[in-house]
Design a protein around this ligand. Structure first.
Ligand code: GLA
Length: 400
């Protein structure tokens, strides 16, 4: 009796206050997004070809699922009923037909809008049209909404994302909500209530450690984003992830840098959203993006973001607790020259200060699996001794 009273109270609460669709992102979302490579140059054929590449090159088999159209898909004005209108030159058959095509491949479809009056590229935003847009997206079969933060002019971020989250819930179709607020209002502290992941930074740039200054804003290299925020890993986990932005793998860095970028994104348990032209990716790029052992570390059900255990000169040692008392360890050489790493496991103990996982290698022994060589690599009773190329990684799963 008592419990049914509380359930009724909860349902009433949800009606009044709204609720997100739960459990849509128990592991970090995986997919592809048009922005990093194509910006406004998007169209129906591109998206269809990307869906085909998902199947042809094994991305779907590796776990990639969402195909997300970013900014610039609509006309510059809403129609006379206030509806968003897909640009008929870019999307001659509309969005629903395209979402149907993506679904016919067993994949999911994502789209983009903005919490302000206009998107970052100046197309109509959803402010004041949240319910109307959420219904439209639901009617098209959208599974994922990336919701940006341009032109919001003092709007309260929590209110803005709650409003869209409530609208999506009321529209009745389960959709992932990607909060793209860039970290200014600390979305890790409130994002999980309304969405499934939240950007922690401004936009990524296809470089290892650079900053691209555009005057009023900056884009950030991979390492800059990795180090942008402190002490936020405690907020990230199943159904609510810190989002380190879409990947730049295949967009001009060296193979070693791409490998490090991908390894870090796996270690950090952030969304794996490809941002390259996967219609024509090189074999090296495909090999990186579809490494199933690396992906398994990203998708580990514990969902714990890695932390830095130590620095050995300029080599960083990142560690990530995994399910079943296993660990992932990533040695990253930040130098522009190769390094020789000596690591005597028995002298080390990993202590996760937030999630309370620990291991002392003087007491426990693990088998090593080298992720990028795809082979067993001895045990932790022997010191590790290996060369790592400039900006490259050595990454292991530690197995019981
Ligand atoms: C912002 C976002 C990017 C992209 C663009 C589109 O900069 O952070 O990821 O969506 O807008 O205009």
């Amino acid at each position: 009796m008592k419990s049914s009273f509380f359930i009724a109270l909860m349902l009433l609460g949800n009606l009044i206050y709204g609720q997100k669709f739960e459990n849509l992102a128990l592991t970090p979302p995986m997919g592809w997004n048009s922005w990093n490579t194509f910006k406004s140059d998007i169209n129906e054929q591109l998206i269809r070809d990307v869906a085909d590449a998902f199947i042809r090159d094994g991305y779907k088999d590796s776990g990639y699922e969402y195909i997300i159209i970013d900014d610039c898909w609509s006309l510059r004005e809403r129609d006379e009923n206030g509806n968003l209108v897909p640009d008929p030159e870019k999307f001659p058959n509309g969005i629903k037909a395209l979402a149907d095509y993506v679904h016919s491949k067993g994949l999911k479809f994502g789209i983009y809008s903005d919490a302000g009056t206009k998107t970052c590229a100046g197309y109509p935003g959803s402010q004041g049209h949240e319910m109307q847009d959420a219904r439209l997206f639901a009617s098209w079969g959208v599974d994922y909404l990336k919701y940006d933060w341009c032109n919001t002019f003092g709007r309260d971020p929590e209110e803005a994302y709650k409003t869209m989250s409530d609208a999506m819930y009321a529209a009745g179709r389960p959709m992932v909500l990607g909060i793209c607020e860039w970290g200014t209002a600390e979305p890790w502290k409130w994002g999980k209530e309304y969405g499934h992941l939240w950007r922690i930074s401004g936009d990524i740039a296809p470089c290892f450690d650079c900053v691209v200054d555009h005057g009023s804003y900056r884009d950030w290299g991979v390492m800059k984003i990795v180090y942008m925020r402190e002490n936020i890993r405690k907020y990230s986990g199943p159904d609510g992830w810190n989002d380190f932005d879409m990947m730049e793998v295949g967009n001009g860095m060296t193979v070693e840098e791409d490998r490090s970028h991908f390894s870090l994104w796996c270690m950090l348990a952030t969304a794996l959203i490809m941002g390259n032209d996967i219609r024509s990716a090189s074999p090296e790029t495909i090999e990186i993006l579809t490494n199933e052992e690396a992906i398994a570390i990203n998708q580990d059900p514990l969902g714990i973001q890695a932390f830095k255990h130590t620095n050995l000169d300029s080599t960083e040692v990142w560690v990530k607790p995994l399910d079943n008392d296993e660990w992932a360890v990533c040695f990253l050489n930040r130098k522009s020259t190769p390094v020789w790493v000596e690591f005597d496991w028995k002298q080390h103990a990993f202590n996760d200060p937030v999630f309370s996982y620990e291991v002392d290698f003087s007491k426990e022994k693990f088998r090593l699996f080298n992720i990028w060589e795809g082979r067993k690599a001895g045990r932790t009773n022997r010191p590790l001794s290996a060369e790592i190329a400039s900006h490259d990684v050595l990454m292991f799963r530690l197995e019981k």
